[in-house]
Design a protein around this ligand. Structure first.
Ligand SMILES: Cc1ncc(COP(=O)(O)O)c(C=O)c1O
Length: 458
């Protein structure tokens, strides 16, 4: 086929370069600066997204992402499911769908939620483009600039840019091994009430929290729901990891305890099936759902029809629980490899959480080590983690790090932790040489309120 006239070039000609290139950048910035919306001033980049670019080099062992191991999904099943869709529902699967999502997808969602004892009304469910969009839609629906929003400290690093892009005034409540500290939450609510303020919602990841890996105790869950009901507050429960349990007994989700009046529920297929399909959901009572649907229409009209068909095909095979069991077996072994490597290679001054499920361990180093600086050194050793500061809105978390154990195999995890352990040891040695301090740590001081996480040590 002939090339269009204006695109035809002789082989010796240099390739066409658009005029907007590096030399015009400064000028461009000036030109556009006056056009940016106010909210762009407070928008933050997602630390994990930035890191994904850096860690894409094949030689880097990345303990930074939150990636499930998609290589565990059999390619032959994937091929068979997609072939069935092409043969039986091609036109529908390639078409737009309803904003709320297909009934068939909602049936799959109800199966997943039933596995944790929940039974939402399908009318209260909307299928979203990942759990991330569900967080965005909740914030879009509820938050005006300056509105208080409460979350955990540390919180899911991907929620921080959402809250800041809606100009929320974000408050963080400390957590320990039993999840969000409810006494501290109540004190914060009282303080806000004194100023005539009430949070738009309390955002929590109660099971195998991202980033800390901890799980909120049953007692705290009951208290949180009770507080929400008494004070007429919304709680947003984000639960991507609830079914990825490797030991211990399940705990009731907040949504189950509340019945769906004051608790909005966010779920996703990302960690139990695939993040590439970008399929999540939100459960909310009708008045909230009505606004959420309008918000989603404006965002993307509907969630991918094709991937909704894929999920329905996969669930029709009735193997989804077995697949999660397979994943749990693999991740349990990787988690244990990480515990073992931390024990061997991290200095005695470090501590870390011992999650019973999920994808992350949260490690805390002596407070003279800044993990953002440490990351630069770690990258030189071809290993990456998420610096703790990404999980806070106020600069805390500087000596902590999030370590992922789902996306690398056991050998890589051991090697990665050994490399991080080496750069940590260098920093500890440097500090001790400069200050003349002894190698062994002093007995731990009681943490200042809301500063250091009193997580169980090793
Ligand atoms: C707590 C939490 N919420 C939401 C998400 C977003 O997941 P997705 O948009 O892939 O469903 C993640 C992903 O890591 C997460 O950890």
């Amino acid at each position: 086929m002939a090339e269009p006239q204006d695109q035809r070039r002789s082989p010796s000609e240099p390739p066409f370069t658009p005029h907007r290139r590096a030399h015009t950048r400064a000028h461009d910035l000036e030109r556009y600066a006056g056009l940016f919306a106010e909210r762009t001033r407070v928008m933050r980049s997602s630390a994990m997204r930035d890191l994904m670019e850096i860690t894409a080099r094949p030689e880097v062992i990345s303990l930074a992402g939150g990636l499930p191991d998609t290589s565990t999904f059999p390619p032959s099943s994937f091929a068979a499911q997609m072939t069935r869709i092409a043969q039986e529902s091609s036109a529908e699967a390639l078409q737009y769908g309803p904003t709320e999502g297909f009934d068939r997808t909602k049936e799959c969602i109800r199966e997943v939620m039933a596995a944790e004892g929940m039974d939402p009304d399908p009318e209260d469910v909307i299928v979203t483009t990942g759990g991330q969009q569900a967080i965005d839609l909740v914030a879009k629906t509820l938050v005006d600039p300056g509105d208080p929003v409460i979350c955990e400290a540390p919180t899911y690093p991907g929620a921080v840019p959402v809250f800041s892009s809606y100009q929320a005034d974000t408050f963080q409540v400390s957590i320990d091994d039993d999840g969000m500290k409810i006494d501290e939450l109540e004190a914060l609510l009282d303080r806000l009430a004194t100023d005539g303020r009430k949070p738009k919602f309390i955002y929590s990841v109660p099971s195998f929290q991202n980033p800390a890996g901890v799980t909120m105790s049953a007692e705290r869950r009951r208290r949180l729901v009770q507080i929400a009901r008494e004070r007429e507050l919304l709680v947003v429960e984000d639960n991507p990891y609830g079914l990825l349990r490797y030991e211990g007994e399940p705990t009731d989700p907040l949504y189950k305890l509340d019945g769906g009046d004051y608790v909005l529920y966010l779920g996703t297929f990302s960690k139990i099936l695939s993040p590439g399909i970008r399929l999540g959901w939100l459960c909310a009572p009708p008045p909230v759902m009505e606004k959420v649907v309008l918000g989603k229409q404006a965002s993307d009209l509907c969630t991918s029809t094709l991937t909704q068909y894929f999920v329905a095909e996969f669930f029709a095979e009735e193997r989804w629980r077995a697949y999660i069991d397979d994943l749990a077996g693999i991740y349990r072994a990787r988690r244990d490899a990480m515990f073992d490597a931390l024990e061997r290679h991290f200095p005695p001054q470090a501590s870390w959480t011992r999650p019973e499920g999920g994808l992350f361990v949260w490690a805390t180093l002596p407070d003279y080590i800044d993990t953002t600086d440490l990351l630069a050194k770690a990258l030189r050793e071809d290993v990456a983690f998420v610096p703790g500061a990404a999980a806070y809105v106020d600069g805390r978390g500087g000596s902590s790090m999030r370590l992922n154990f789902s996306s690398s195999d056991e050998g890589e995890i051991r090697e990665g932790i050994e490399r991080i352990g080496r750069v940590v040891a260098e920093q500890v040695d440097l500090f001790e040489t400069i200050t003349g301090e002894h190698k062994l740590p002093p007995p731990p001081d009681p943490p200042a309120p809301g500063s250091v996480l009193p997580f169980r040590h090793k």
